[in-house]
Design a binder for this molecule. Structure first.
Ligand SMILES: Cc1ncc(COP(=O)(O)O)c(C=O)c1O
Length: 408
């Protein structure tokens, strides 16, 4: 036991990201936060960006501040694109929610392939993705093919092989599975999707900011993702969307809002979409949230995604070791790929009483994890603000709780 605790302390001493912890310590108490893939923590930089926007822009400049706000979604989109997505300038923009962006991109993709009748996804994809694709299929008289994938793993090229043919217009998947943390091989899947001439659309919500991504290099066509998880943009911060450069001007979006038009303030009679990825915006963006996101990106970009990934792999590997040592005998099993390189930033634990245990863990033991149906607890040590001793202490509290319940 002591040995493992010493290991945690040693790992903390060598942690090159340890200096960022202070950036996120705005409210210190005895709880241990392991839910950064649901809602990332508030940072000092996000907080001061919002305060500046309130005081120095909205408060002082009033409506004149729109001169700079009009370009904020592009600027922040480019920062996300270059910092985390391997995208060129002009391929990423911040707008709307992930759900809405998925809708816009999926409709755009199927609309330019009118001779094709199918969309493909998998049964472990996040609910909003599945619902939106189901709705599009119904509204546009297309067929939605839902392949089976491993609940404790990630969707693979092999899962898709049998259903990919020249009738498929779009394949829409998550890069990291929201429940298991399983990481898919985008490059291999994109190759298979392009082999039949379809488009790929990736949901990066659980990978952006914790797994290095190179959308251009890996041949992705389209992507969307949340910014309130590992990017720490705050509750409801707007999402981003990515369109591969050569596709942008070929695609037309289904919601013809004024923010997507060429001459927005001409107030013209006809709809004329602007050039570039901005044609996928819709209406007025939530500036305070975009400001929070913009501030939140600063420490992450400085830390670099490669250092974040390296620490993330060490954190989940250490957690995995403790789970094997302490929790297997108490009815827990890892419900995530056992190879760290096959995972994103979180791990999932199976227990038959996961819901009850998670409730106790949060309310009585001060460890903030989350429960996912039917019997999983997600455990997320976010690299920017989680130490190895926090991982140790959180799992020790879980062990004590479970021993009380299951050892007599
Ligand atoms: C994979 C994935 N996609 C989408 C969403 C949610 O999207 P939205 O911000 O539109 O609610 C989540 C939320 O947790 C998610 O995990």
């Amino acid at each position: 036991m002591k040995l493992l605790r010493d290991r945690a302390l040693e790992l903390d001493e060598r942690d090159v990201l340890a200096k960022y912890k202070d950036e996120y310590e705005l409210h210190v108490d005895d709880t241990i936060y392991m839910d950064g893939n649901s809602l990332g923590q508030l940072s000092k930089s996000a907080r001061s960006a919002v305060i500046d926007t309130l005081d120095l822009q909205w408060g002082r400049d009033k409506v004149a501040a729109w001169d700079r706000w009009l370009y904020l979604c592009e600027t922040v989109g480019n920062a996300i694109g270059s910092g985390f997505l391997g995208a060129e300038e002009g391929e990423v923009i911040v707008s709307d929610s992930t759900s809405v962006n998925l809708y816009k991109l999926a409709v755009a993709a199927v609309s330019v392939q009118k001779n094709r009748g199918r969309i493909v996804t998998d049964d472990q994809n996040f609910p909003t993705d599945r619902y939106i694709l189901t709705g599009i299929a119904e509204q546009m008289s297309l067929e939605l093919t839902v392949v089976h994938s491993d609940r404790d793993g990630a969707v693979t090229e092999a899962d898709l092989a049998e259903v990919l043919d020249e009738d498929v217009a779009l394949v829409s998947l998550s890069h990291v599975n929201y429940r298991s943390g399983g990481l898919s091989d985008m490059r291999e899947i994109n190759r298979a999707v392009h082999g039949v001439g379809a488009f790929s659309l990736w949901d990066l919500s659980h990978s952006v900011g914790v797994v290095p991504i190179d959308l251009d290099e890996e041949g992705c066509d389209l992507a969307v993702g949340c910014t309130y998880k590992y990017l720490n943009g705050g509750p409801g911060s707007p999402a981003f969307l990515y369109i591969r450069d050569e596709l942008i001007d070929k695609l037309s979006q289904p919601i013809w809002g004024w923010f997507s038009t060429a001459d927005q303030f001409e107030m013209g009679d006809l709809y004329l979409p602007k050039d570039g990825v901005g044609r996928f915006q819709v209406g007025t963006p939530p500036i305070l949230s975009v400001a929070a996101l913009s501030g939140a990106l600063e420490p992450l970009i400085e830390a670099t995604i490669s250092a974040i990934r390296e620490k993330s792999l060490s954190l989940t590997t250490f957690a995995q070791e403790l789970i094997a040592e302490w929790l297997h005998d108490l009815g827990f099993m890892l419900a995530s790929p056992s190879d760290p390189n096959g995972r994103g930033g979180h791990i999932s634990l199976y227990h038959k009483d996961a819901k009850e245990i998670n409730d106790h863990l949060v309310k009585r033991y001060g460890v903030i994890t989350d429960y996912r149906v039917p019997d999983r607890i997600r455990f997320t040590p976010s690299p920017m603000y989680t130490s190895f001793t926090m991982v140790y202490d959180a799992l020790e509290r879980l062990r004590k709780l479970a021993m009380g319940m299951y050892k007599h």
